[in-house]
Design a protein around this ligand. Structure first.
Ligand code: MLT
Length: 404
């Protein structure tokens, strides 16, 4: 008789955003006349920029002709995209990253989830709390997190670094030494940012204790203030301790197109073993590369016209963020984020739990958000709204919330 993977059986309920979507569906079924506005999952709503559509059309046409047809993509990514990413996202910012240290994939979520495979099972993981659930859940699947404690809603073998208003949503170096540290800045879900000096502190710490930082930079395009690093490789010494994960979903609207990449510098070693080689080996074995058509669309992101059009798209979403933030403040809410990130993180009123507030918002304003406790115990009494809706829906949602 076969046996299911016991580590999968330890997972808690369903994935956060599936739970939220199911609750929305049930409410809509019971109230078919209500217009629900979804400001929950960070899914984009604006069409792909014209420069990307052009690149997609052109690449599709190439696939129709034998001379320009492309079969399997190189498993680590086409050179044209690895070069464009290394040049524009790193070398243009003074970061020393070579083209062949970029691994193209079909999105950051997969990379965030899969990267833990190249580490030993007994590595100790540290996460911010609240946190993007993929980091924790995939370590649960890998059997790395120990036992779940219902009372504290924490895993025995995970180090939690609380990020609340009290510490300005900034993790502190934990008392127990971790082997793997997940950091995401600008942060999902709090919308918080880290200064270059503070990030340098983490890099120095990781190098000192021999830990690796998995740095999720999915939201870097939303940074609007100075002295906020766009990449961990802006910090001295990051090449020996950091992996960075990059998404095309949030900066270029690729949530339905799927493209991302991971950077692993060749200097990042465990003894003589380069993590770069392990990830390359994994890609070679488990992955046949992101499609040519999609990688050509990714290349267009880095063209002069692409940069211009995408800056406009980011500005569109940040206008939503400002509307949400200002509107909620006017209504008396305590509001964070939304300045360098497309997420607004608010304190629930009257000490309501995150899920109580979720229900109230859905029932009274017909607006769906994401309960903070779904991101971890320190997210309790907080709530996340995304700026990725259409402007019209965002305005309507906030106006409805103000009337509650
Ligand atoms: C979120 O809402 O946290 C993100 O959109 C989820 C994701 O990027 O997978």
């Amino acid at each position: 008789m076969f046996k299911a993977n016991p580590d999968y059986l330890k997972l808690r309920g369903s994935y956060l955003f599936s739970t939220v979507a199911n609750k929305q569906k049930a409410f809509q079924a019971a109230n078919p006349d209500k217009k629900i506005i979804r400001l929950s999952i960070g899914d984009v709503t604006q069409p792909l920029a014209p420069v990307i559509i052009d690149a997609l059309h052109k690449a599709v046409d190439e696939m129709a002709v034998a001379e320009t047809f492309h079969g399997y993509a190189p498993d680590l990514g086409y050179e044209f995209l690895r070069k464009a990413a290394a040049e524009n996202d790193y070398r243009a910012r003074g970061c020393d990253i070579a083209d062949d240290e970029i691994f193209i994939s079909d999105g950051a979520k997969g990379d965030c989830g899969n990267i833990q495979e190249i580490f030993a099972k007994d590595c100790k993981v540290a996460v911010c709390d609240p946190v993007y659930p993929v980091y924790v859940d995939t370590n649960v699947m890998a059997g790395r997190t120990g036992v779940f404690d219902e009372a504290s809603e924490t895993w025995s073998d995970v180090i939690y670094m609380p990020c609340t208003a009290e510490n300005n949503f900034m993790p502190e170096i934990p008392a127990e030494t971790p082997d793997i540290i997940y950091l995401c800045f600008p942060n999902n879900p709090t919308g918080g940012v880290i200064t270059k000096d503070a990030l340098q502190g983490w890099v120095d710490y990781a190098n000192k204790v021999g830990a690796v930082i998995i740095y999720d930079a999915a939201y870097e395009a939303y940074i609007s203030e100075d002295n906020i690093p766009h990449s961990i490789y802006e910090c001295e010494g990051a090449r020996t301790c950091a992996i960075e994960i990059h998404s095309f979903s949030k900066n270029a609207g690729f949530t339905g197109v799927r493209l991302g990449y991971t950077v692993i510098p060749k200097d990042l070693k465990c003894g003589d073993v380069q993590l770069h080689s392990l990830w390359a080996r994994r890609h070679g074995t488990k992955y046949n590369g992101a499609p040519y058509i999609i990688q050509k669309a990714g290349e267009a992101v880095y063209s002069a016209e692409g940069k211009k059009q995408l800056a406009e798209q980011v500005a569109y979403y940040m206008k939503n963020a400002a509307y949400i933030s200002n509107g909620l403040k006017e209504a008396g809410y305590e509001v964070y984020g939304g300045v360098n990130a497309p997420y607004i993180w608010l304190k629930t009123p009257d000490n309501m739990t995150s899920w109580e507030f979720f229900d109230k918002l859905l029932e009274q304003a017909n607006v769906v958000g994401t309960p903070g406790s779904g991101f971890g115990p320190s997210g309790e009494h907080y709530f996340r709204l995304t700026a990725f809706g259409s402007y019209e829906n965002t305005v309507e949602a906030i106006d409805r919330i103000k009337k509650m």
